[in-house]
Write a protein that binds this ligand. Sequence first.
Ligand code: ZN
Length: 323
Amino acid sequence: MVKDFDELHAIGELTKIEDPLVRYQEITRINHNGDSFPIHSFEIGSDDPSAPVLALFGGVHGLEKVGTQVVVTYLTSLFKQLSWDEELRRSLEKYRIISIPLINPWGMYHHRRSNANDVDLMRNAPVKALEKKKFLLSGQRLTPRLPWYQGQENAAMEEELQALVNYCRKNIFQAKRAISVDFHSGFGLKDRLWYPYSKTLAPFKNITEMENLEQLLNETHPHHIYQIEPTSESYTIEGDVWDYLYDEYIQENPDGVYIPLTLEMGSWIWVKKNPLQIFRREGLFNPIKSHRYDRTMRRHIMLIKFLFRAVGSSKAWVKENSL
Ligand SMILES: [Zn+2]
């Protein structure tokens, strides 16, 4: 039986759009104990797989509902705008936005970070950490009863992650310019925008382009709230799928530029301002009060819009001789 809950329902509503610029599909279905959870994707704009692309992902960690909510809020607004904004339609004939708003629907339905096999999907890709590991937090294979469980050594990737990897190979790897954002929420007072690597402090190949992009954001939106840093700044992570996909992309596409970003929305600020929400199951990872929810949606939609313009105007942050 297909399970229904608010976020999955909202994604179902998005599939009702009828517009030649929008395509959607059910990329796989997660079945567990008689329950069934579809994973949907959306492709908006050009159908040329080499066209510049902005990719938006959410719900890798089921408990972090706000990530999926930001992506769904953006897509809902985009679909409305498509009905009247001719300039936007022209842009999307040249560029693409692609999305999987909810990667771990079983986890979201069950208020769990992991999937049904207790695996943390952000620790499950075949990537080794090279330095500065933090006990448990960097990923662990000791027991599925503790968080950050990576799954068994040398086992195949979990179904949800394999679907995500296949999707990115198909829809991102041919693009010469690509930016992706994976929306998470967790501890910390600030919203952090992370770039590769997770596995090491060593810089990734597109670090110059990343720094140019950061400067462009700082100059275009001087009041933005993001702390921008490599994921490994606090501690290295083993099994990060964005490390895995980035390394594969750059091998296949040595002249291409791909920036995989992870947005970690700081949830301490929501708890600090509303301590009672600590007693609610989602309270540690999501804004509960409605004005805080509204502010969260607004602020990140500004970022998505900026990144969409940037991926379409890459001359502003990519030196042409790297073409
Ligand atoms: Zn997360």
